[in-house]
Every structure is written in C-alpha cells, then in structure tokens.
Design a protein around this ligand. Structure first.
Ligand SMILES: *Cc1c(COP(=O)(O)O)cnc(C)c1O
Length: 371
C-alpha cells in the first residue's frame, strides 16, 4: 500500500463541475436565479414526485426553515433520535423548540418508535426521524404514530438522497423531507440542501423565508427581476442557494447513477468480506435500496480497532456522539441503548473515488486486527 491516507469520505469533482461553475462565473449572475430554478426542477424530475422542491444553502437550513414554517415556538417539543449529527438538534433549538432525545433500534440505528411514543407529551408537535446511513426502515411506523397523535413529520433525509425505501425513492412522497448536499453527501452542490413537501402553504413560507421573508421574491428572481415594492409578514432568514452551488448540483445529479453503483458495490463488498468476522456486526439494511452515504458497522474493541486502522493510514469515523451527552441537549435522562451503541459504532471508508485496492487493504486490516 502506498503511504497515502485512505480517506473516510470526500467529494468527487470532475471537469464537468468545474466547467459548470466557470459558466456561471462568465454570466456574472452568481446569486439565486435560473440555475437554482433548474436544479429544483431536475430534483423533482429525478424523484418523479408531485412534491415541490425548495433549494437552500445547507441541510441544516432545510431543517431549520421547515420547523420555522411549521410555526414551532418556545416550549414545543420535537421527537428526534439522539444518535444523529448535532445539526438536527440545532435546527430544533433554533426555533425555540426542545429536541426530545429518543433511543434507536440497535439493529437499524433508526428511531425506536416504542421509546418515541413514551416521550410524547401535550407539547409534542413534530417528529424528526433520521435516515441513518441512508436507511429508513421503519418509516411506516413513524407516519402511523404521527397520524395518531397529530404530529408533523420532518424527515432528516440529509444522508439519503438517491436512496430508496421499499423500492420508492426517498423524497418521492411524505410530509416534509429535507436533504443535504454538503461536500461529502451522496451528491453535493458545494454546500446546500433542499426541502420537499406537497403542503402549498408550507412551501410558500419556506420559499419566502429563505429570502428574508420577502414575499414572492423567489418568482422575481427566477424571472431575473428584483423586488422593489414588497411586503414582509414573517421572520425570514438568508438561506437561499446560489447559482454557483446549483450549477455544481446539476452536474452531480447527472452523475448520481455512477455514484450509486459505486457506493452500493463498496457496501456489498464490505458485507461479503466481513460477514464472517464474528466481532463485527453488519447493520440490518435493505442494501438493494440503500445508497450508503456512510458505511457503519458495530464492532467489539472499537477504540483499539480504530487506533489500529488509523495507525495503518486508514481514516475512520464515529457517527455520532449522542446529542443527549452534549451539555446543551442534556435533558437529565439516560438512553442506555444509544450509549452502548455509541461505544460500538465505527464508520469505514466509503466514497466514489475509493479504489478496490484501498478497500481490500481496509478489509485486510480489520481481519488482521481480530486474527
Ligand atoms: C449532513 C447532515 C445534516 C446537515 O446538513 P448540512 O448540509 O451539513 O447542513 C443534518 N442531519 C444529518 C443526519 C446529516 O448527516
């Protein structure tokens, strides 16, 4: 093996993205305009959905603007698994609501609905399931619970663009779905995110709120016009997507099929080559459907293995430190299943540019560690 570090994850940028950015530069219209409109149309086309698409500057903003548009306020509660990126929690607390940390199912690392149900109170307004490692086995139970208790569902699908559930692309249906296009996600627009919903009132609100609440500014910008005489009725933010970002995203969306094949092959190979390592557990995902943003396993002696891999120039990760262990989000109770899982999870290198030799080397080292 050469001395280069094997990356855990990375963007894959071809000459096509570079050309697309250059074209926007040459037009000298960098902000939100026709490229953003086109990217939204292309996402809608790819997902073959009736839901409307609103692009924003990050996945975190997608979640934040969504909760804001639902009118969540101080003291409202949102059910969310503790095992997620802090972005999910920050988006909830940004609107003054309280993230109520829940357990996950130890086999799928998806929100545990028994536990979530226990934590419903009169203040519960929404549930935010996380499509952990791009899988969302158990969404039917989420929607059933939401219906029963009159909750809105905000899917944190940041990791799940291009992933399917029961043969259907995530984001092709549902209440509110939020994607991330940050640098290492399944596709990237540099940074970026998208909000999808069929709720017209909600869509109008997030369209306005991404542009400081300026009413109907989206329509103006798509006509290359500006709003001079306008009104503002609600709190807005500065969270729109730029044409530069959208131009990158459009190219990445065209390349998604290749990304998907490669990432799925990487996952299949890890499963095939590691399934007999008895100290290691593969998560219970439908891998034909899942387009894995990260490849996570549960292992014994996690910290020792991790140090061993790092010493052998293999980057690996821990997704995530549970949020209820952070000072800001400590609600004064423990989540024993999540805390145990936190000691076991390890994320292995998975990205479009990972070579076969590199992956063989990762597998060899994991086997070698336990041999
Ligand atoms: C990446 C991610 C986010 C945030 O997306 P950004 O585009 O980085 O703001 C939110 N939730 C989860 C689960 C993520 O993986």
């Amino acid at each position: 093996m050469n001395g280069n570090k094997i990356r855990l994850s990375k963007s894959s940028i071809s000459s096509l993205e570079k050309e697309a950015v250059l074209k926007v530069m040459e037009k000298e219209y960098l902000g939100m305009g026709e490229e953003v409109k086109l990217f939204e149309e292309k996402i809608k086309g790819y997902l073959q959905t009736d839901l409307d698409v609103v692009c924003v500057n990050t996945g975190t903003s997608a979640l934040h603007l969504s909760l804001s548009a639902l009118g969540l306020k101080d003291g409202d509660e949102v059910l969310v698994p503790s095992l997620t990126y802090v972005a999910s929690f920050q988006a909830i607390s940004a609107v003054g609501a309280i993230p109520i940390a829940c357990e996950v199912n130890p086999k799928t690392l998806f929100i545990d609905m028994q536990d979530a149900k226990k934590r419903i109170s009169k203040n519960t307004k929404a549930i935010m399931p996380i499509h952990y490692a791009s899988s969302s086995k158990g969404m039917k139970e989420v929607y059933d619970l939401a219906k029963k208790f009159d909750l809105r569902v905000v899917e944190d699908a940041a990791q799940a663009f291009g992933s399917k559930r029961d043969g259907e692309l995530i984001g092709s249906g549902g209440d509110i779905i939020c994607f991330s296009f940050d640098g290492i996600k399944n596709i990237t627009s540099g940074e970026g995110g998208a909000i999808l919903s069929s709720d017209q009132e909600f869509i109008r609100k997030v369209q306005d709120s991404r542009l400081l609440g300026v009413e109907k500014d989206t329509e103006k910008r798509y006509l290359k016009e500006r709003s001079w005489d306008f009104d503002v009725k609600e709190q807005g933010f500065r969270c729109h997507m730029s044409n530069i970002m959208a131009a990158i995203g459009i190219v990445q969306l065209d390349r998604l099929k290749k990304f998907k094949n490669k990432r799925q092959n990487i996952a299949q190979k890890y499963i095939e080559e590691l399934k007999n390592v008895k100290q290691l557990e593969i998560l219970d995902f439908d891998y034909d459907d899942v387009l894995p943003h990260i490849f996570v396993v549960k292992v014994q002696q996690r910290d020792e293995l991790r140090e061993y891999l790092i010493a052998n120039n293999i980057e690996c990760g821990i997704h995530y430190k549970p949020n209820h262990l952070l000072i800001k989000y400590n609600l004064g109770y423990n989540l024993p299943i999540t805390e145990k899982i936190y000691e076991q999870i390890l994320t292995l290198p998975c990205h479009y540019d990972l070579t076969e030799d590199e992956q063989d080397y990762v597998i060899e080292n994991i086997r070698g560690f336990y041999a």
